[in-house]
Design a binder for this molecule. Sequence first.
Ligand SMILES: [Zn+2]
Length: 418
Amino acid sequence: MKTFFKVVLNGLLFIIAGVIVFTTYQFNTYTPHAVTQIANPTDLKYFQESYVDCRRHFIDEADKIKETYKEVQISALKIESLVDPDLTIDYCYIPAQKSFKRLLILTSGVHGIEGYVGSAVQQMFLSEQVKENSLDELGVLIIHAINPYGFKYQRRVTENNVDLNRNSSTDNSLFKSVNKGYNDLNAFLNQKQKVSLTSFGHFFFQITAIQKIIRHSMGTLRQAVLQGQYQYEKGIYFGGKALEPSVKILTPLIQQIAEPYDMVFNIDLHTGYGENGTLHLFPNPIKDEKKKAMIETIFSGNSIDWGDKEDFYTVTGDFSTYLGDIIPEKLFLNMAFEFGTLDTQTTLGAIKALHNVVIENQGVQYGYRSEKDEKEVKSRYLAGYYPSSEAWRSKAVEDARQTLLQAIKKYRETNIRE
Ligand SMILES: [Zn+2]
């Protein structure tokens, strides 16, 4: 009998060891499924490899349409910084040419590093799509690089380690709020030592993550990590202690430009969430059924992630909702475009995406054991928000082209009394 138990126990240990080896191998060699479409050179010309180049191309595209419309404003807001005197939020505003009915605000780079793709989409929009729309009753405001520090230095967050999509709120009590679920995970998410990719904690990150998923469920965990936290200044998904300079400086500009319009529609461009090579429409939940119906009409034929999917979460202090809050007298609609990269709808993809954020932040806060580790961490991080694949980039622009074309046409037909 004793021998029987021994055999069973050994068998079990063997299976457990096998599972650990298998998932560790999968995790450390993880790549999302490939995007196979043939890249179109017309799409690729909108991509550049630095913040300064993206900004220059954005301004060039804006300059090209300046003469076509009345009263076009191309300008920049300087963001004060302790490390860089050349950080700007650039914008191009084309007022409605006859009557101020609807305003479209197309924003990029709220999460700095996601601005490479955001800039490409904005350049495409300026180059191809402004002229496709009658601007008689539609004003267009295109804002480039809302977090220029993160864009230039390839981080999601600002110079103050703040995630602008957790920071934007008209109510200061947000900064005192406590995310209890995050507190329990803090030690796991924010290790206080130099990054070494071969350390036990990182090499076996997925094992700890899976243990936590089993204990708390994926949904609870995702929500706790991603919703935003206001306690740990050096931690991931930190929402700040007060409004960040970018949000502060944009507030009066948005209020002033939106002032004459009846309706305002914001499309905020992001990357990193969802299936690789897929454009996801990912709004923060809306209670107002009338607005929800309007958004569904604008994006009819597209699938909107309203929160019924497995990988859904909500955030506190998101920038787009804030835009609506600072112009409360306007009918405000909004949508986030998320260009997926790492297949975060899968468990392994989600863990990989989280790990990329964890190690990048740990490296910034506490340094790296070796240059090799630093290079590897930074290149993994960039690939999660700005894939180098030409097929991926081309598809992102093409998806944006189709979706924006339809959405703006429908928006132009939307009436406030619907
Ligand atoms: Zn984002």
